[in-house]
Design a protein around this ligand. Structure first.
Ligand SMILES: [Zn+2]
Length: 190
């Protein structure tokens, strides 16, 4: 899968607003996962073109083989504590796509939940094994044939990005959960 910096066209939108001194996003060849231009909370280390340093698309997590980023887009918010709100902690990775874009299953598994969750909007949860799940939030639509209890394979479309729930821009909020606890999709396994 190629990861394209779709954020380049999004200058001015909330999730990808530019800031003075932001890296020029136009210098790369289009592969690799990138951080959106502008101010990005909890951004991972990146090179001058915004490419995430040391990015590997697939990680082994507690017996599951998972994608670190299951949609093409740029990182508009990383995992970790957020400034401002006391106790606010971002339990996932936000991947901005500007317009709705296909999200794929992060790994092989069984669809555990399809529906609305408070704040998350339209959400899909996939169980990969007894310990590992992934959550996909703020969707605009679900995959047409997606059913709870159905098996899915890594890379299979499960829906499209949107801004349902508590979201101001079209993006995917992606969580990797081990025994119910969220871990950083970009750092786990390193
Ligand atoms: Zn998020």
């Amino acid at each position: 899968m190629r990861f394209v910096a779709s954020c380049i066209l999004a200058i001015g939108l909330a999730a990808c607003a530019t800031a003075p001194g932001a890296p020029d996003p136009s210098g790369g060849g289009g592969d690799g996962l990138r951080v959106c231009p502008g101010r990005v909370a909890n951004a991972p280390a990146s090179d001058n073109a915004g490419r995430v340093r040391g990015f590997s698309p697939i990680v082994q997590v507690a017996g599951a083989s998972l994608l670190r980023a299951p949609v093409e887009g740029c990182i508009s918010s990383g995992f970790g504590p957020r400034r401002g709100g006391a106790g606010s902690f971002h339990e996932g990775l936000d991947i901005f796509t500007r317009s709705p874009r296909v999200i794929v299953a992060g790994g092989d598994g069984v669809v555990e939940f399809i529906g609305s969750q408070r704040g998350y909007g339209r959400t899909v949860v996939i169980r990969h094994n007894a310990r590992v799940k992934t959550r996909y939030a703020h969707l605009s639509s679900y995959g047409r044939s997606l059913r709870e209890g159905a098996r899915v394979s890594r890379g299979e479309p499960i829906g499209e990005t949107g801004r349902s729930g508590n979201a101001t821009a079209v993006h995917l909020h992606y969580e990797i959960l081990i025994n119910g606890r969220a871990v950083n999709p970009l750092a786990v396994g390193k």
